[in-house]
Design a protein around this ligand. Structure first.
Ligand SMILES: [Ca+2]
Ligand SMILES: [Ca+2]
Ligand SMILES: [Ca+2]
Length: 268
């Protein structure tokens, strides 16, 4: 028999408009690690098939930390001896905490060559990189000074099995994760980035030993390999949604005529 106290507690929980969740999860289909549909991996064997293919994303509150875990479709390796359990991947987790049109950033760190729709302007960005946090921080300070106040770099990022994870202080991002918008962008860790690129690997017209192919030699193409799209439940229809979102057009001089424009996904 239920006690009056437990019935009252149940009723009060039900009446809460938005019940804070400690965990938010998304899924992404496999086989869409081709950006807008045309991208090819670099030819060197360290860029293992499936290793840039996002399969799932989990955001979990653990005590005073917020932990981000991104799954890929291949066992992680550390061919460049970065000592973090992975080497070739780099993940950008964009978060829209307020859901307000035009509130936040619509531009991205240099090297991704994407922008965000005003309704999906991001407020915080968590970078999961196999580089030392000090190196990532220095890159952010010199190459994205206007964004640095909203970029968070975990003190420890690690790869194990097929999962890349890192945690930040929960207090550094305000609100309830179940109500936030997310966009997770897979790139490749480039220790010798070109020009002003923030540790990102270039996508060119033709793939090379350390260059993705299927894009453009200039910076009008979105230099991203996999993103979340649609309802982010891993449905095959999300592949087309991703390819549509990453559509771009280059002008004759290599500047962006139409830049790929990202939107957020939401937990449902
Ligand atoms: Ca995927
Ligand atoms: Ca390019
Ligand atoms: Ca995807």
């Amino acid at each position: 028999m239920k006690t009056l106290a437990s019935l009252t507690l149940a009723a009060s929980l039900l009446s809460l408009p938005a019940f804070a969740a400690d965990k938010v999860s998304f899924k992404d289909p496999t086989g869409d690690d081709d950006g807008p549909g045309t991208y090819k991996y670099p030819t060197d064997t360290v860029y293992k098939k499936g290793s840039f293919d996002i399969t799932d994303v989990n955001v979990e509150k653990k005590g005073d930390k917020l932990e981000f875990t991104v799954g890929v479709n291949a066992a992680l390796e550390d061919p460049w001896n970065m000592k973090k359990g992975f080497s070739t991947q780099m993940v950008f987790i964009f978060i829209d905490t307020d859901g307000k049109e035009g509130s936040g950033h619509t531009d991205s760190p240099p090297g991704l060559n994407v922008q965000f729709a005003p309704a999906s302007a991001w407020d915080k960005l968590v970078i999961l990189s196999p580089q030392e946090p000090a190196r990532v921080r220095k890159e952010v300070e010199t190459k994205a000074p206007g964004l640095k106040g909203d970029i968070l770099i975990p003190e420890r990022t690690k790869g194990a099995g097929k999962k890349i994870s890192g945690a930040v202080d929960a207090a550094s991002i305000k609100g309830d994760p179940s109500q936030w918008g997310f966009q997770v962008v897979m790139q490749s860790n480039e220790g010798f980035p070109s020009g002003n690129d923030l540790l990102t690997r270039k996508v060119n017209e033709y793939e090379g030993q350390h260059r993705f192919g299927g894009g453009n030699d200039a910076d009008c193409d979105p230099q991203v390999i996999d993103i979340l799209a649609g309802d982010a439940k891993g449905d095959a229809t999300e592949i087309k949604a991703q390819h549509d979102m990453l559509k771009y057009e280059c002008a004759a001089d290599g500047s962006a005529k139409t830049k790929a424009t990202l939107t957020m996904v939401h937990a449902k």
